[in-house]
Ligand binder design. Structure first.
Ligand SMILES: [Zn+2]
Length: 408
């Protein structure tokens, strides 16, 4: 049994036109009118494929294809929201490959023992409402429904009001539900598969992540009359922290990655010595032990940089996710499926968070990666060749078939 490559390609093009940017990317922020149109199109296709569609209180959409027994479903899916000027593959590829797998089951009149359910998660990106993966987080019981409802976008608009406005505030409870497995196909968003000429990544888990925020308090003063020797410049200390954070990755080596991605300078004008700087630190590694070693190094980098400049600071380690291993049996099933499609594949870790991370807290999870050209994503240049997508979709189909059990 193989998926219909042409039909999948057409669906990718068609859904990609909703929120398309002039340069061929995608802007479809969560719970906007574009998101609603994307959801509506998906629901239309799901109904046409004979799925029983339901929506939960977080706007997550489920489309169930019945099984022959009263068993928990094999779920597969991803998200259809995007970042601003993002690409057409992040998220929607997983949803469309899942739909294509179900369409293929229909083509062959295949009956499975377990139901097969397509799922579309709300606001995965966190581009409009924070935190990211908010709806799978509520489903896993890691985020309170009330907190999610009260998340506000930049204009102060509440998530729950937007859910209602676009018609996706559903009646089903958003709570842990039993499933045989949750499968998510996603673009790699890194350079490894492409560099090694492979089509499929069998994802073993998601790296451990640590987020910290640092505020440095210097002394704001005039850039002219203030001699260098009496300055306490918050930005000079911050600059040392930025290079120091990179130094931690160099020092510990391996797969550790460290990033200062956000910097806010006050007053941020040409003729004042910066009085205050706030910055973010993101550190990721496949093993929790390495992050445990990185954290005191970060403390030292900050302390030393601030002492040298004679400035005060507050450093807060406010978010930590441990390494999330996926279910070994599901991972092995994905690997067998990849092998059977004839695709080049290897085992891989995800450096980015996905809904699969929260789903792993409530049931067996596996992911399938397909390559990202030049390793790029969250940009209009995001691209995956159709040959690789076809291998990925067939791997997803065969994994789902295996786990949902063909009726004897
Ligand atoms: Zn994504």
């Amino acid at each position: 049994m193989r998926i219909d490559r042409k039909r999948l390609e057409t669906s990718i093009e068609e859904l990609g036109r909703i929120g398309e940017t002039p340069r061929g990317g995608l802007t479809r922020l969560a719970l906007t009118d574009e998101d609603r149109r994307g959801r509506d199109r998906m629901v239309e296709w799901m109904r046409a494929a004979g799925l029983r569609v339901s929506v939960d209180r977080m706007g997550n959409i489920f489309g169930e294809r019945a099984g022959t027994a009263a068993l928990p479903p094999v779920m597969m899916g991803s998200h259809v929201d995007s970042v601003p000027t993002g690409g057409k593959y992040d998220g929607q590829l997983g949803v469309l490959c899942a739909l294509e797998a179900i369409r293929t089951l229909n083509d062959h009149d295949t009956r499975t023992r377990h139901p097969v359910t397509l799922v579309i998660f709300t606001n995965e990106e966190g581009a409009r409402f924070q935190p990211a993966m908010i709806a799978s987080g509520v489903m896993a019981g890691k985020i309170a429904l009330e907190d999610a409802y009260n998340a506000r976008d930049r204009d102060g608009i509440r998530l729950v009001d937007e859910l209602e406005r676009i018609g996706y505030l559903g009646p089903e409870p958003c709570a842990p539900r039993p499933f045989r497995a949750y499968l998510e196909l996603h673009i790699e968003q890194g350079p490894n598969l492409e560099a090694e000429g492979l089509s499929v990544g069998v994802v073993e888990g998601i790296v451990a992540i640590s987020w910290s925020r640092l505020t440095i308090h210097g002394v704001q003063d005039h850039a002219g009359p203030t001699p260098m020797r009496i300055r306490h410049d918050a930005l000079v200390a911050a600059a040392e922290v930025v290079t120091g954070v990179r130094g931690i990755a160099r020092q510990l080596g391996g797969d550790l990655v460290t990033t200062v991605g956000s910097l806010t300078v006050a007053p941020n004008i040409v003729n004042a010595i910066p009085g205050r700087v706030a910055l973010s630190i993101d550190m990721r590694d496949p093993t929790d032990a390495v992050l445990d070693r990185a954290r005191p190094l970060l403390d030292a980098v900050v302390r030393e940089a601030c002492e040298r400049e004679g400035v005060r600071y507050e450093l807060e380690h406010y978010w930590r996710v441990p390494y999330t291993p996926f279910d070994p049996d599901v991972v092995a099933t994905v690997e067998r499926a990849a092998r059977s499609t004839g695709a080049g594949y290897r085992r891989i870790l995800s450096g980015a968070g996905h809904d699969a991370q929260y789903m792993a807290a409530i049931g067996p999870v596996g992911m399938i990666f397909v390559p990202s050209r030049d390793g790029r994503s969250h940009c209009e240049e995001e691209f995956t060749p159709i040959d690789d997508i076809e291998h990925g979709a067939n791997t997803l189909l065969r994994t789902a078939l295996d786990l949902a059990e063909l009726r004897a």
